[in-house]
Design a binder for this molecule. Structure first.
Ligand SMILES: NC(=O)c1ccc[n+]([C@@H]2O[C@H](COP(=O)([O-])OP(=O)(O)OC[C@H]3O[C@@H](n4cnc5c(N)ncnc54)[C@H](O)[C@@H]3O)[C@@H](O)[C@H]2O)c1
Length: 265
């Protein structure tokens, strides 16, 4: 498939999970180049090698998305190396429970709240702000694809900051679509339970992992965890010219979780 032929792509949080799958899928779909970025150098470099093996030019840039100067440096390096930017995928994210054992409304401390907000929404704004000149200059169907979550739509007990940050991503996506129209399309998707290190870590840390999986998939119409490549397929479609009339959109990729209210019988 060559849906992303000629595109110069940048994927954040691409060291593992959905970010890695999106970077590799972009290469498989004919992207000219993929800049892989992550705070984790080892996994990021591994992804860049996998992207090269999948057929696209690739460069790894280490950056901590909590640091504004590193985000600016990342964008500059990516645009210089690829001679432009057409597709920005804001995939990186962190969950409250990855940062603290006290991931409840009252238990959460300010440092964990700030860390979640910094990575999940402030960095999405900064990436978009710093990438804007290159995206506006692109004549290769520029677009931004943001990773939100079903947790940005429904309430959650265990991810208070996470849910709020993902709701903000949905809103920011719509505002960005307005700001850039009609030149740069901006969309987001809402993963449900996807089998990645983030989800597996959450399950393994729970008192009863089997029960946790059952509860996480219990409201899905397709009763299994999603595969990262099932999300990558949607992200790459939204980035492709086949989605040329789609902007400001919010797309669940959740096995039907948001289609109804209740639990499967
Ligand atoms: N896995 C799920 O079930 C699920 C569900 C809904 C939404 N999401 C969202 O999808 C996206 C990808 O999730 P995933 O499950 O693949 O996550 P993951 O934890 O497996 O991977 C996230 C990547 O982001 C990187 N990262 C974290 N903090 C960073 C920072 N400060 N600077 C740079 N990189 C940083 C990590 O190193 C990691 O490689 C996230 O935005 C997440 O919130 C995941």
């Amino acid at each position: 498939m060559t849906d992303l032929a000629g595109k110069r792509v940048l994927v954040t949080g691409a060291g593992q999970g959905m970010g890695r799958a999106i970077a590799i899928e972009a290469a498989r779909q004919g992207a000219q180049s993929v800049v892989v970025t992550d705070v984790n150098v080892q996994t990021g470099q591994e992804t860049a090698e996998l992207v090269s093996a999948a057929g696209a030019q690739s460069m790894f840039v280490a950056a901590d998305l909590r640091q504004s100067d590193q985000i600016q440096g990342l964008i500059t390096a990516a645009v210089d190396w690829a001679d432009g930017l057409d597709t920005l995928v804001n995939n990186a994210g962190v969950l409250d429970s990855q940062l603290t054992e006290h991931a409840t409304l009252e238990g959460l401390d300010e440092a964990a709240w700030d860390a979640v907000m910094d990575v999940n929404i402030k960095a999405v704004w900064l990436m978009t702000k710093f990438a804007a000149p290159a995206l506006k200059a692109s004549d290769r169907g520029p677009s931004i694809v943001n990773s939100a979550s079903v947790s940005g739509v429904h309430g959650t007990k265990a991810g208070i900051a996470y849910g709020a940050s993902k709701a903000a991503v949905i809103h920011f996506t719509k505002s960005s679509a307005l700001y850039f129209a009609p030149t740069v399309r901006v969309n987001c998707y809402l993963p449900g339970m996807i089998q990645t290190p983030m989800a597996l870590g959450h399950i393994e840390a729970s008192p009863d992992p089997v029960d946790t999986i059952a509860r996480m998939t219990g409201a899905q119409l397709i009763p299994r965890p999603g595969d990262p490549y099932e999300v990558a397929a949607l992200a790459c479609f939204l980035a492709s010219d086949r989605a040329s009339f789609i902007t400001g959109g919010v797309y669940p990729v959740d096995g039907g979780m948001l289609a109804w209210r209740g639990v499967r019988s």
